[in-house]
Design a protein around this ligand. Structure first.
Ligand SMILES: CCC/C=C/C(=O)SCCNC(=O)CCNC(=O)[C@H](O)C(C)(C)COP(=O)([O-])OP(=O)([O-])OC[C@H]1O[C@@H](n2cnc3c(N)ncnc32)[C@H](O)[C@@H]1OP(=O)([O-])[O-]
Ligand SMILES: NC(=O)C1=CN([C@@H]2O[C@H](COP(=O)(O)OP(=O)(O)OC[C@H]3O[C@@H](n4cnc5c(N)ncnc54)[C@H](OP(=O)(O)O)[C@@H]3O)[C@@H](O)[C@H]2O)C=CC1
Length: 290
């Protein structure tokens, strides 16, 4: 994904930066805590994995490509001395989701935080979506996080040892032109989270979301350069966030700092919810008004 061509910049923080980036959190904040982070082999999920491991947590990650997972595992070992576990799988496959949860609970003898981070979509005008494309994006960004959070909650209830969920969604308050499929899915996750935050409150399970705006990660290489070159101009701070901004938000909600927070959406978007629109396929002429 790290395409070096001038048209496609090399987005995201390097492993060395993830290993040394300053953090506001105490070094032993997550000592003994167990995290499952989906999509931890690059981008924001990798930053979350490094940060949690640096703070003392045991971390399991997953992703489709084993080589990226392996690379993340060895970088974490070499740079921060952490033993990150991984499973190569797709969260779009229900059986593989169950196997991932079983392996994680067994390996760690329980789980403290599930981070639903794996996700994504392709940019297209909604009028042209195929049914197959719609279902693929809904499977990845709505069904998979639901299977994961429900499966984790059942195991927490049955073991009498609760944990927490943080789902990485997106800023969707004003819709997301050229990404209506993901917008629908993420809105679904937000309202699922708000609903089960009430149902699962008595079980001791907290359920929250983080909602990033434009964040410079390797994932942006999947978008056309004519779209990504304006991603620094889609919020009133006139810059993109980085994966560390989101990783620290996830830790804030998972650690004791989040003990009285549930059903919440922590927006990390440099103000994009008030001003700015991503237009991931490029701004249509009619909308080129500023
Ligand atoms: C919003 C801005 C900020 C956000 C940034 C990020 O999220 S960064 C993170 C960025 N990282 C990611 O997003 C990574 C995760 N994303 C993904 O894996 C894919 O976007 C996916 C969810 C569609 C799965 O894809 P897959 O191939 O495994 O799935 P599949 O075989 O099940 O169905 C494929 C069907 O979907 C359709 N279709 C697909 N592409 C296009 C397109 N460009 N054009 C048009 N249509 C497209 C097409 O119908 C196709 O069927 P066909 O014609 O092949 O019979
Ligand atoms: N970057 C941004 O500006 C924004 C991103 N987001 C969302 O935040 C989340 C993280 O984004 P970002 O870090 O940029 O993305 P990246 O594309 O950089 O990383 C995505 C991670 O998810 C994994 N993944 C993708 N599909 C699957 C799958 N089916 N099963 C298992 N793992 C999978 C990838 O590994 P592999 O490909 O090997 O499976 C990778 O580890 C995503 O949900 C994204 O849509 C939301 C708003 C803005």
């Amino acid at each position: 994904m790290n395409d070096q061509s001038p048209q496609k910049p090399n987005w995201g923080l390097t492993p060395e930066e993830l290993a040394t980036h300053k953090t506001i959190f105490a070094p032993d904040l997550l000592e003994g805590q167990r995290f499952l982070i989906t999509g931890g082999s690059k981008g924001m999920g990798k930053a979350m994995a490094f940060l949690c491991a640096r703070l003392g947590a045991k971390v399991m990650i997953c992703g489709r490509r084993e080589e990226l997972l392996q690379e993340t595992q060895s970088q974490a070992k070499e740079l921060i001395g952490a033993d990150i576990r991984y499973r190569a799988m797709s969260v779009r496959d229900e059986d593989q989701v169950d196997a991932l949860l079983d392996e994680t609970f067994e390996e760690f003898d329980g789980l403290d935080t599930l981070v639903n981070n794996a996700g994504g979509q392709y940019p297209q005008n909604a009028i042209d979506f195929t049914r197959k494309g719609w279902k693929s994006v809904l499977d990845l960004n709505l069904n998979a996080p639901w299977w994961l959070m429900q499966g984790a909650a059942q195991r927490w209830r049955d073991r009498g040892a609760p944990g927490h969920v943080v789902s990485n969604v997106a800023h969707v308050e004003r819709g997301m032109p050229q990404a209506a499929h993901t917008c629908a899915a993420r809105a679904g996750v937000i309202y699922l989270s708000r609903t089960v935050a009430t149902e699962w409150g008595p079980l001791g399970i907290r359920v929250n979301c983080v909602a990033p705006g434009a964040i410079a990660t390797e994932g942006l290489s999947d978008y056309p350069p004519e779209a990504t070159q304006r991603f620094n101009n889609v919020n009133p701070m006139f810059r993109m966030g980085d994966s560390w901004d989101v990783a620290e938000g996830v830790v804030y909600l998972s650690a004791p700092s989040g003990d009285f927070i549930t059903g919440e959406v922590l927006t990390i978007d440099g103000g994009m919810r008030m001003w700015g629109t991503v237009w991931p396929a490029g701004v249509p002429e009619k909308f080129q008004t500023y």
